[in-house]
Write a protein that binds this ligand. Structure first.
Ligand code: GLC
Length: 432
């Protein structure tokens, strides 16, 4: 009885966080630290809303695509309303869309979210499900076409990021070598705001920020033209996390295309899906027991042990040997951890349990991991990650991320996607 009450309160808390971070049909990741609409945050948040408010779930995605560019790209930030608590703001990006946006993108969880919401709408008996889904499907399809054209022009079956911020795992050690080649000179004056909100020891270093902004300056000087950016990018990584999410979202769009009776689109998306899953297949490494990204500037594998190596499970079907290898590798990463899955392996010299993307646990990463494990019939492991995530949130609150060695909640507080992850994952835990 008691524990049921606590759980109910937690659901109310999660919903209250989403309500509090609502800025009028879109949700900020958290107040002050991230005061605009972020791309993949909103996709996760929309799924959280779908557990109790279908209209609001659709609305989140509708507001996100207000920022979609002519060429199909969905930007990583949409600056719907001004705020001076974040750097780099709209003025630094200098983009020319009708609403100010950043000029880079983020993982395309959008397609996954759309299918999730559509299914929830149908299950709730909503008559308007197809009508609400259709324009969002068209937007998602345009964005997937952009991905293939702009970010895989050499047709490897892998999509590339041109900025670490695109990966969503901004400060991951996976980018260290590739980023070290990027000059630290900038034409933009750097005025960091993040370290005013959060302990600097948990955030990226100043020198990394100089490189991040050097990349922004470079692409702005290309007029945000994708071909010019591709040609002049000093940072270019074919990322398995991004490609895995894109491939999974493509599978979800195939399903929606079928429901919408869009046969040509089924064929087009199926071809995209084939390319991407084959590309991912080539990135598996037996010796590492995971997938590896490819540095397109050096031509070398990126072997840093980060969570990205397991994310392709959302899209590919492993054989029995690979499944056993992944299970053993995950067990090795989680050995001795209070909360799993660390975003960098604890045995790596790059592991820092409190610094952004260098060790901490993210609820939404665990959500993707659990989906990937379930898609590969590894339900037990998926269940234990889901239970661990729910437990961490119940202990430490709706924090941005968690220290895997202590379970401590870190980064920003009252985080929208952590609340969304709680709403979705706690249901699975309760339903078994
Ligand atoms: C950080 C994260 C990124 C997220 C954003 C807003 O930049 O690295 O993944 O989208 O915060 O929450």
């Amino acid at each position: 009885m008691m524990s049921d009450d606590i759980k109910l309160d937690r659901h109310d808390d999660a919903r209250a966080i989403l309500a509090r971070n609502d800025r009028g049909g879109y949700t900020v990741p958290t107040d002050r630290l991230y005061p605009f609409q972020w791309n993949w945050d909103s996709a996760f948040v929309a799924m959280g809303f779908a557990t109790f408010d279908i209209d609001r779930a659709y609305r989140e995605l509708e507001r996100l695509i207000e920022g979609q560019w002519e060429d199909g790209m969905i930007p990583h930030i949409v600056f719907h309303a001004p705020s001076d608590t974040y750097f780099p703001g709209a003025d630094v990006w200098g983009t020319r869309h009708r609403i100010p946006t950043s000029g880079i993108t983020q993982p395309p969880v959008f397609g996954m979210a759309l299918r999730f919401i559509h299914d929830a709408a149908v299950a709730a008996g909503r008559q308007d499900a197809l009508e609400r889904t259709r324009p969002l499907f068209a937007a998602a399809l345009r964005s997937h076409r952009w991905w293939m054209k702009a970010r895989d022009p050499e047709r490897r079956g892998l999509v590339a990021i041109l900025h670490p911020w695109e990966s969503g795992s901004d400060n991951s050690p996976a980018w260290d070598e590739a980023l070290a080649r990027v000059p630290t000179t900038t034409t933009t004056q750097i005025r960091r705001k993040d370290t005013g909100h959060v302990d600097a020891a948990m955030r990226p270093r100043d020198v990394d920020y100089q490189r991040f902004i050097h990349l922004v300056d470079t692409y702005r000087d290309c007029g945000w033209n994708p071909e010019k950016q591709w040609a002049s990018a000093p940072f270019k990584v074919a990322d398995v996390q991004m490609t895995g999410i894109l491939a999974r979202a493509t599978a979800d769009l195939i399903r929606l295309a079928a429901v919408l009776g869009a046969q040509d689109e089924v064929a087009e998306l199926s071809e995209m899906h084939r390319l991407l899953t084959e590309g991912l297949g080539r990135r598996w490494r037996d010796s590492l027991r995971r997938f590896v990204s490819l540095d397109l500037v050096s031509g070398e594998d990126i072997e840093a042990p980060t969570q990205a190596g397991f994310i392709p499970l959302v899209a590919v079907t492993l054989d029995g040997q690979q499944r056993a290898a992944v299970a053993a590798e995950i067990a090795r990463w989680c050995d001795g951890m209070v909360v799993s899955l660390p975003s960098t392996a604890p045995f790596s010299p790059a592991f820092e349990p409190k610094r952004y993307w260098r060790g901490p646990v993210w609820a939404v990463i665990n959500w993707l991991m659990a989906d990937g494990l379930r898609a590969n019939a590894m339900n037990e492991l998926a269940g234990s990650l889901e239970r661990g995530t729910v437990w961490a949130i119940e202990q430490a609150g709706f924090c941005e991320y968690f220290d895997p060695t202590t379970g401590e909640g870190l980064g920003g507080n009252t985080f929208s996607w952590t609340a969304a992850a709680y709403l979705v994952l706690s249901r699975r835990v309760t339903d078994g």
